[in-house]
Design a protein around this ligand. Structure first.
Ligand code: NAP
Length: 254
């Protein structure tokens, strides 16, 4: 396991699920962490957990759909800790379950605004800061298995996660020589509040059906995604950029 001592990380959606676990993992490895979220209570909980464990963290209320708010988020990292080494752009929403022909356009747009435009808003300022540093940095975007394949009644989510992979690859190409690496993780179904709210983990029949979609016949854990994100940030992945790393129990191997 690589050490992130003296490094600074930003995690969006850091107040819950995958983001919360990854923020704690960054801190466990020695990084100072800026936890960004619209969920003030969840964000405060993450910061408290990190500080209780002896780590260093700050919360900044951030709606990633607001490009000024994502600029302020990066400013908090630089003003508080002097730099930004790692950014995990993870904030996302599932959106309503509806077929394309039935979908409310405003609700569809909202999913794309958070999951795709929100990541652009973050990357814009994160990469700008990383390029200005001698040591560069690493961006990891949270896409999904649904960045590669379709899923019924989830067109806004699927479209945003596909778009996120294009955004990741393009930023990786643009930064091949700047010292900034840009990658994505593509988790399978992970046991978090997002799945619980969609009723996918609480209803035993729905859960079994979802588990069976993965050759490993189970859901993933937030920790398994956090470990993959930290590997992508580590120097062990120093020649990895533009990659969409599956963390999916074999889902995409079918
Ligand atoms: P989660 O537990 O719901 O956490 C997402 C966090 O993002 C929440 O704290 C949420 O706040 C916050 N958020 C929502 N909109 C935001 C905005 N506009 N600005 C800033 N923060 C915002 O979900 P999760 O399952 O950990 O998902 C995290 C990421 O992983 C998402 O991008 C998701 O698409 C991706 N992912 C999840 C799975 C899975 O199976 N769980 C699989 C593949 C990919 P509120 O709760 O207040 O909305």
């Amino acid at each position: 396991m690589g050490s992130f001592t003296d490094a600074v990380a930003v995690v969006t959606g850091g107040g819950s699920g995958i983001g919360q676990t990854t923020a704690v993992e960054f801190a466990d490895r020695g990084a100072s962490v800026v936890v960004a979220d619209v969920d003030v209570e969840g964000g405060a909980e993450t910061v408290e957990q990190i500080r209780d464990d002896g780590g260093d963290a700050e919360f900044v209320e951030t709606d990633v759909t607001d490009v000024d708010a994502t600029a302020a988020m990066v400013d908090v990292a630089v003003d508080t800790y002097g730099r930004l080494d790692y950014a995990f752009n993870n904030a996302g929403i599932g959106g309503p379950s509806a077929a394309v022909s039935d979908h409310d356009p405003d609700e569809w747009q909202q999913v794309v605004d958070v999951n795709l435009v929100g990541v652009f808003n973050c990357m814009k300022h994160e990469i700008d800061q990383m390029k200005a540093q001698d040591s560069g940095g690493v961006v990891v975007n949270n896409s999904s298995i649904l960045g590669h394949v379709g899923f019924t009644n989830s067109s806004g989510y699927v479209a945003s996660k596909h778009g996120l992979l294009g955004l990741t690859k393009t930023a990786a190409l643009e930064n091949g020589e700047t010292g900034v690496r840009v990658n994505a993780v593509c988790p399978g179904f992970i046991e978090t509040p997002l799945l619980e709210e969609a009723g996918l983990t609480t209803d035993p029949d729905a859960r079994e059906k979802i588990e069976k979609l993965h050759p490993m016949n189970r859901l993933g854990t937030p920790q398994e995604v956090a470990d993959a994100v930290c590997w992508l940030c580590d120097d062990e992945a120093s020649f990895v950029t533009g990659e969409a790393l599956g963390v999916d129990g074999g889902y995409l191997a079918r």
